[in-house]
Write a protein that binds this ligand. Structure first.
Ligand code: FES
Length: 87
């Protein structure tokens, strides 16, 4: 299971957290990844000026924009999942 935590603090929220979560949710549904990816909102990560901030399995990503959310999800979640040995 891969854990994706997205900052839902006010600064990141203004920069598009909600839209990013919607894109991620849609892809998770379309690709039936519900058992492989856990999506969580979280409180301010303390890097507000760099938002939108998120962590994928503890790895910090900053400055994510809604319009690049699908690419980020592909690169940071789907590609690494494919490389993992099937469990
Ligand atoms: S609001 Fe997202 S890091 Fe502070």
């Amino acid at each position: 299971m891969m854990t994706v935590r997205i900052c839902a603090g006010s600064s990141c929220h203004l920069r598009g957290t909600y839209q990013i979560i919607e894109v991620f949710k849609r892809i998770i549904e379309e690709q039936a990844l519900q058992n492989q990816v856990e999506l969580k909102g979280c409180f301010c990560m303390g890097r507000c000026t760099d938002g939108v901030n998120m962590e994928i399995d503890g790895r910090a990503l900053t400055g994510i924009k809604p319009e690049e959310a699908a690419d980020v999800f592909q690169r940071e979640v789907i590609d690494p999942l494919k490389e993992r040995p099937a469990s």
